[in-house]
Design a protein around this ligand. Structure first.
Ligand SMILES: [Zn+2]
Length: 762
């Protein structure tokens, strides 16, 4: 921790000791970004807000919205959008539905069969209804099990098991002398976003890809299976998109622009995000006979799943026929947009979203989050009726088409790019909710703000604050003494950066709008993700059965929205931000050092004959070859930029302290619109027009989904991924680009500090 941040955290520790929640005391320090007087008023409104959301409403909304399969293009999807819009209107929001027209393939033909190497076997590719679960029998309306945006194909080839199908697995296969060229691979779900599996398989020459749910990950190895328990039954299948979303999300035919009726569209064959090889997801019931037919080497220990078979790699005599054919239709998506106009700064938009479409009935994903968002909208509407006037404009969004490819939110973020760049203060996302700990991830300029919100939310099970419970949880999970020390002492809990996998992507990584993702979880296991069993029956038996965590999510989202909308000065903070960027720099230097050390060590072992001496001739491995040791990278530009950031963060803190003097009256009397504008600009500044090397849609230079991880974030992606891919020259070039962005950020923060100091000078 740098000195400035250390000082800041000492100041803030004092603040965190003050009681929170329902017991407001007279001398409570004002909320961040508020004068003492506006803080008192705000706290009263916030308490009213948090008293409104009701578990009974959440339950009845969920029952309604998950009553029928409601995927893109279905009748229930449209009905749900219209119903949500009617509720928003009833709550008092100025509401409309915005439609986009997107490419959405649905399956016409699906075949997986074992044609050689074992008893003839044809995969069922069907999830059976469960008698006690009433919606599981709505087969006529259910989307079949498939991976959206798989290319059409009909291939027959030997089968190879590739573990999770991530790049490291192919390195291991190389060492084992196994090639997937011309083969069909079978990979298990997890350890990467699913779309990475066919992408990496195709890069290695495979002609087809099966993805199955091994019971080790979310089936009987974890717990009782549905309907006796929460976990994946033998025929349960995880549907999902396999479009190459780390390249660009949204409609494959309209990258970078809204998919309006008359938008210019690519030809399907030119859409870069459709897979290169056919892909289908299968259950472990369907996977077992295929895996059992594999011969060849026995899979390494870490590759073995939970089925009662010896896992082999292949290839051998086992040959599989895979056929996928889709209807390649254009379908409508319906985004529901509801507004409450700001009274003082109507051109500053605070935005909240959760998707409403599901793969099937989708009670947990996404309705458990959607219903909380609706209760927030109702609560804010009630407050407006009783006289509350938000300073800034509030926008509530129920997105369509998230499941196939973040379609509704991405098209909206593209269509309204200029307005969002001009007016977007922050975007707060959720996507499903469960019992447990409050998880918050996102922009580090809002780290302090999000910690403050968590301190005012009560955890339904423990009655601790959500913040305190999360802190104790992190202490329990910490691996080292050093980590525990930091969690105990640092004023704010660190929030993880955002990768992708939900609707914040367009806002944060394309438009440069500061974003947070919020949700409770960690206590409910389960294996119904993207299957027909994710429904009202499952949710009300195995998850947040009394909807108290749904209420807590509505309280969290509602509090965050109000507090951003009402602040005298937007609660952006740069000490935590600078501290985070500094840790990223440390990580990058360590990574580059490790790459050098590892290659040097391996070269030495090759020279010593380690690989020859330890090779078992009955199970031979291919020896690695000598590699040239990576050059030293020049991190100096980034180090200078981080120093500058630390200085400007301290400047801003000083200016804030001055503004806060005397009860913060200056915050109310001064005209702070220009400072607000600069604060809003602070996330835009982290983007550039060129975007990331090789994926220009992604404009944010600090946060992106990994090109080979999919959901998981790569921070400082241009530098980090270049190092990981051993592209040393590109890494050095990227350091210069990122350093320039950070220098400009630092200049902006210092200007904001100067402006704030002048505006609030006594
Ligand atoms: Zn979702």
């Amino acid at each position: 921790m740098n000195r400035a941040a250390a000082v800041a955290s000492i100041l803030l520790v004092g603040i965190s000791l003050v009681p929170v929640g329902n017991h407001v005391i007279a001398d409570e320090p004002p909320l961040f970004g508020y004068s003492a007087e506006s803080s008192r008023a705000e706290r009263q409104w916030e308490e009213k807000l948090r008293a409104i959301p009701s578990p009974e409403n959440l339950r009845s909304y969920m029952q309604k919205l998950s009553a029928r399969p409601h995927h893109v293009g279905s009748q229930a999807d449209k009905d749900n959008a219209e119903w949500i819009a009617s509720k928003f209107k009833e709550f008092g929001l100025d509401t409309h539905i915005e439609q986009f027209d997107v490419l959405f393939p649905t399956p016409k033909e699906r075949v997986v069969e074992l044609v050689e190497g074992g008893p003839k076997f044809v995969a069922k590719l069907q999830e059976p209804a469960v008698p006690q679960d009433p919606t599981s029998s709505q087969q006529a309306e259910q989307l079949p099990t498939y991976n959206a945006y798989s290319i059409d194909g009909d291939v027959t080839a030997p089968l190879v098991y590739v573990n999770y199908g991530v790049p490291e697995d192919y390195e291991q296969l190389d060492r084992m002398g196994v090639s997937v060229k011309g083969k069909i691979v079978i990979a298990r779900y997890y350890h990467s976003w699913r779309g990475i599996k066919p992408k990496v398989a195709a890069e290695h020459g495979a002609v087809g890809c099966l993805i199955y749910s091994d019971p080790h990950e979310d089936g009987f190895v974890r717990g009782e299976t549905f309907p006796a328990g929460a976990y994946r039954p033998p025929d349960g299948v995880q549907r999902g998109s396999v479009a190459d979303m780390p390249f660009y999300p949204g409609d494959p035919l309209t990258p970078g622009v809204g998919a309006t009726k008359d938008a210019k569209r690519l030809k399907i064959e030119d859409a870069a995000t459709i897979t290169k090889i056919p892909v289908l997801p299968i259950s472990y019931g369907d996977a077992q006979p295929l895996l059992a037919a594999l011969t060849g080497q026995v899979a390494p220990e870490g590759w073995r799943g939970g089925l009662a078979i010896t896992y082999h790699i292949g290839p051998g005599v086992a040959k599989v026929h895979l056929k996928v054919k889709s209807n390649w239709d254009i379908k409508p998506v319906y985004d529901v947009i509801g507004k409450i106009q700001g009274a003082t700064f109507p051109d500053e938009w605070v935005i909240r979203g959760n998707h409403h479409d599901g793969w099937v009935n989708g009670a947990e994903d996404p309705i458990s989050g959607q219903v909380a968002l609706m209760e927030e909208a109702r609560a804010l509407g009630e407050l407006v009726k009783s006289g509350w006037k938000p300073k800034r404009t509030i926008i509530y969004c129920a997105w369509d088409g998230e499941e196939p490819g973040l379609l509704g939110s991405t098209e909206w973020a593209e269509q309204h790019y200029d307005e969002l760049r001009a007016h977007g203060v922050a975007y707060i996302n959720s996507d499903g909710n469960g019992r447990g700990y409050l998880g918050i991830e996102g922009s580090h300029t809002l780290e302090k703000f999000s910690n403050d919100v968590a301190r005012d939310i009560s955890d339904p099970e423990t009655k601790l604050t959500a913040w305190k419970r999360q802190q104790l949880h992190e202490i329990a999970e910490a691996k080292t003494t050093e980590q525990r020390e930091e969690i105990r002492k640092r004023a704010d809990l660190r929030i993880p950066a955002l990768g992708s996998g939900s609707d914040f992507t367009g806002f944060l990584q394309h438009d440069g709008v500061a974003s947070l993702n919020i949700g409770f979880g960690g206590e409910d296991g389960g294996g119904i993700y993207h299957s027909i069993y994710d429904d009202f029956y499952w949710f009300t038996h195995f998850s947040d059965t009394d909807f108290v965590y749904g209420r807590a999510l509505a309280q969290t989202g509602g509090t965050a929205m109000m507090r951003l909308a009402d602040a005298d000065l937007l609660p952006f903070e740069f000490g935590d931000f600078a501290d985070t960027v500094q840790t990223y720099l440390k990580e990058l230097k360590a990574l580059s050092q490790k790459m050098q050390d590892d290659i040097r060590e391996r070269n030495r072992e090759i020279e010593e004959g380690v690989f020859k001496a330890t090779n078992d001739p009955k199970h031979p491995l291919v020896a690695p070859s000598v590699e040239s040791v990576p050059p030293h990278l020049n991190f100096a530009p980034m180090e200078n930029a981080v120093d500058a950031l630390n200085h400007s963060a301290a400047d801003y803190r000083k200016a804030l302290e001055q503004a806060n003097a005397n009860g913060g009256s200056a915050l109310v009397s001064a005209s702070l619109a220009e400072v607000d504008k600069m604060l809003i600009e602070s996330e835009r500044k982290l983007t550039n027009a060129e975007g990331l090397p090789n994926r220009p849609w992604f404009k944010h230079q600090l946060y992106a989904p990994g090109f080979y991880t999919g959901y998981a974030v790569k921070t400082v992606p241009a530098v980090r991924e270049a190092i990981e891919l051993k592209q040393w020259k590109q890494a050095d070039e990227a350091i210069v680009v990122v350093a320039k962005i950070l220098q400009e950020e630092s200049t902006l923060i210092s200007s904001a500090a100067a402006k704030l100091a002048t505006a609030t000078a006594h």
